[in-house]
Design a protein around this ligand. Structure first.
Ligand code: MN
Length: 230
């Protein structure tokens, strides 16, 4: 088909030892670790999960030097296990959910916390706080064939070599099958969708010149830095 303008490029994520994974949508789970819910001022009782989205082209590659984003003085890191879907569906039962998973990696749900806080206080959408350009740095995917379905793995983040977040994916309030099942009742999921599954405690600010190194141990690593002030 001929388009009126040059079509924008397909966002993608590298796959360890394989062809790149094309990204369709990025779904994110909010407050999925009790200690993080508490540090954000919420009671982590098992309320239904809630979701927000980032644009697909918010992905940023492992190893990137990123510009410090505009319009914020409080850019926060959230290190998260990321699930990639190989097939879609609606109303997927929990016991069939894992059959929809292509693989896993680690990602950063970067957050302009000042803009998110303003949105929360005024009852406005989170998009400017969560869905900005390059707000989703992400590591290379590992396939289910390579690593299975991890349920117990340390997840951690250092900033300039200093530990900031250190948890375990077994602390998630809603596990991966529950999350896929619930999300598929809200949206028709499709191959190419990514799900950021929430962050453990320890979120904090990063500034220009900072280097972030994250990992879900045994799964993936991620390293990005923010350009120094020019
Ligand atoms: Mn998050």
């Amino acid at each position: 088909m001929a388009f009126a303008i040059t079509p924008p490029p397909q966002p993608w994520v590298p796959v360890q030892g394989g062809d790149p994974f094309p990204v369709r949508r990025i779904y994110c789970v909010g407050r999925n670790y009790a200690a993080h819910a508490r540090e954000m001022g919420h009671d982590p009782d098992r309320e239904p999960p809630f979701f927000f989205m980032k644009p697909a082209d918010a992905v940023a590659m492992d190893g990137s030097a990123l510009p410090y984003p505009p319009a914020t003085a409080d850019l926060h890191h959230e290190i998260e296990l990321v699930v990639a879907l190989s097939k879609g569906g609606a109303n997927i039962p929990e016991d069939q959910a894992l059959a929809h998973v292509f693989g896993y990696t680690v990602g950063l749900d970067m957050t302009r916390r000042d803009l998110q806080g303003e949105a929360k206080s005024k009852g406005r959408p989170w998009d400017t706080g969560k869905g900005f350009d390059q707000s989703a740095p992400i590591g290379a995917l590992r396939t289910v064939a390579q690593i299975g379905h991890p349920t117990d793995a340390r997840i951690r983040l250092t900033v300039n070599g200093e530990s900031r977040q250190d948890g375990n994916i077994n602390q998630m309030i809603w596990n991966v099958p529950e999350t896929i099942s619930y999300l598929s009742g809200l949206f028709q999921l499709q191959a190419g969708d990514l799900i950021f599954t929430g962050t453990p405690e320890g979120v904090a600010a990063v500034g220009p010149g900072d280097r972030l190194e994250g990992a879900v141990e045994g799964i993936a690593t991620l390293s990005v830095s923010y350009n120094p002030k020019s």
